[in-house]
Write a protein that binds this ligand. Structure first.
Ligand code: MN
Length: 200
């Protein structure tokens, strides 16, 4: 059984950049639906019920045909949101330490990194995510459609932004770039650094 994780902060912790109502609906309705539908799909496949979520996502093609779609969409949705909540609730700014150095060496400097990441997020067509991932030991920025998880591509996501309209529509309506700008103020870089250090 997969379960909806608690948020590590209150629904209003990201105000005014992401409003409390959006956080609550996003967590208790959208994320919860991914968890419920993943469990529903797994109810037909007892052999996979105790499989770790990361392991389910790593090799989707190896799963039974009827489980591949639910794993990609609902399993991906569950994994993506579970990571997303943990990298919010911070104070923004810039990362220091090893991650700060790695960003400077892969993207020249933080400003260039921020620019490329924001452009990638703004350019995702329709619903999807932009990610900072570790791929073959190197930092990369990627965009992904729907709930496709970078884990299914052999990558380790360490920072992501949800650009589905449900993530920002109440406050920003169609103004996705404003939501992306706001995102930089609430990143928890300590958490992202932790993910980087664990995986690199
Ligand atoms: Mn979402």
């Amino acid at each position: 059984m997969h379960t909806l994780p608690e948020l590590p902060y209150a629904y209003d912790a990201n105000e005014p950049f992401i409003d409390a109502q959006t956080m609550e609906i996003h967590h208790t309705k959208h994320h919860n639906t991914y968890v419920t539908k993943l469990n529903d799909a797994l109810s037909n496949y007892p052999d996979f019920q105790s499989t770790d979520l990361t392991d389910l996502l790593k090799d989707i093609e190896s799963l039974p045909a009827d489980l591949q779609g639910p794993a990609r969409n609902h399993g991906g949705g569950h994994a993506n949101h579970s990571l997303f909540w943990t990298i919010l609730g911070g104070r923004g700014g810039e990362p220091d330490g090893l991650l700060g150095e790695a960003i400077n060496s892969h993207f020249r400097d933080f400003t260039s990194f921020k620019h490329t990441f924001s452009n990638t997020a703004a350019s995702v067509f329709g619903s999807g995510w932009a990610w900072l991932v570790i791929n073959d030991g190197k930092l990369e920025i990627t965009g992904a459609p729907n709930q496709n998880s970078p884990i299914s591509l052999g990558q380790t996501p360490i920072l992501g932004i949800d650009v589905w309209e449900h993530a920002y529509y109440l406050k920003y309506q169609n103004r996705r770039p404003e939501y992306i700008d706001a995102f930089w103020n609430i990143i928890n870089w300590e958490k992202v650094s932790e993910y980087y250090t664990q995986s690199s």
